[in-house]
Design a protein around this ligand. Structure first.
Ligand code: VGL
Ligand code: ZN
Length: 195
């Protein structure tokens, strides 16, 4: 498949934060290996003047998703800590980029970048119709952000070469991609974008 970028496209990079990278509090195995290709996508969109959205997990230290506070995860991406910062090699364009914080209230978790955020509003006011979604984790926040996009009426492309999962249960990431395709999302690689 070949896809030509249009003025109604946006890139969504999900949760490329230190805590989700090898050595972090909740590491996605090889999560940092997708950074070079994500940077290619980011530069492509940015050079075309298309908006790039970076979601981030942004939890208070007593967040409901943490073990000991009702959740299943080790503490991760605590607001204003090193673990919550984007990986230092991730390219953040100087302009037309947006940081979307999610899961910032103690009693509310968000696997989707659309939940409790202004992401949909920002996309709509820019006339965005198609979103390209990459990042981590395939089986959690990428899955839910992409599914949220589908449900809100966007045409969703999942970056096949720009996602990584945790696979708490073997096959979770594969099933997540299948689920998204069953719901109308398409898979795409960098080479398939027509320049
Ligand atoms: C995520 C688990 C907990 C993710 C966030 O970004 O996929 N996973 N919080
Ligand atoms: Zn989280």
């Amino acid at each position: 498949m070949k896809v030509k970028l249009t003025g109604k496209d946006a890139l969504i990079v999900v949760d490329m934060q230190n805590d989700f990278m090898p050595g972090g509090a909740l590491p996605v195995p090889d999560g940092d290996r997708i950074i070079p290709v994500l940077n290619q996508y980011i530069k492509l969109f940015s050079n075309r003047g298309l908006p790039v959205f970076f979601t981030r997990d942004w939890h208070p230290e007593n967040h409901i998703s943490f073990r000991g506070y009702g959740g299943i995860w080790p503490p991760h991406c605590i607001q204003d800590t090193e673990g919550a910062r984007f990986h230092p090699e991730l390219f953040i364009p100087p302009d037309n980029k947006f940081i979307i914080s999610k899961g910032y209230s103690r009693d509310f978790d968000a696997y989707s970048g659309f939940q409790g955020t202004v992401l949909d509003k920002l996309l709509r006011e820019r006339g965005v119709k198609r979103v390209f979604v990459g990042g981590v984790a395939t089986d959690y926040c990428v899955k839910n952000t992409a599914f949220g996009g589908v449900n809100l009426g966007y045409q969703v492309f999942v970056l096949e070469d720009g996602i990584k999962g945790v696979d708490v249960n073997e096959g979770d990431s594969e099933r997540a991609v299948e689920f998204l395709m069953d719901n109308g999302a398409a898979l795409i690689t960098f080479e398939e974008i027509k320049v």
